[in-house]
Design a protein around this ligand. Sequence first.
Ligand code: SF4
Ligand code: SF4
Length: 164
Amino acid sequence: MCTLQSVPIVTETISAAPAEPPEPFWKRLRLEEMSAAQWESLCDGCGKCCLEKIEHAETAVIEFTDVACRLLDIGTCRCRHYGERRRHVPNCEQLTPSSVRAFTWLPSTCAYRLLAQGRDLPWWHPLVSGDPELVHTQGISARGRAVPPKRCQRLEHHIVSWPA
Ligand code: SF4
Ligand code: SF4
């Protein structure tokens, strides 16, 4: 006699491998390919490029001082009039992909400089960590070290190496 047996049917769901998260824009795009918003978001807010510098005429060597640009808020390390900064400070340098490569004085921690050199952003960068305070708490920024221009009598007395 033939008996019918109930055989449990096992259905196996074969799920696709989880998609790799897309690479962040700073790894995918060249500096020239970034949108204005992406470009601006690269700035870690260290404020070090907003310190006065001295260029020695004979050698063209550029040295940092700890004296802040008059528009730099030395507490937040942000420009107080970023939108119209060049109206107030005409010699404020405009960072562009080509100028980043030419400005050899940019701090070694500067995201623009790092990416132009083919390097990655550091762990403390706001885009990586999600925490815009780390640049200050990790001692990267000018916070607590920059002095306001009114406290400077002779710029050459304020030459420092820490922003480089
Ligand atoms: S040094 Fe670079 S990262 Fe720091 S404030 Fe200037 S542009 Fe931004
Ligand atoms: S004008 Fe603003 S952005 Fe330019 S150097 Fe001064 S503080 Fe920095």
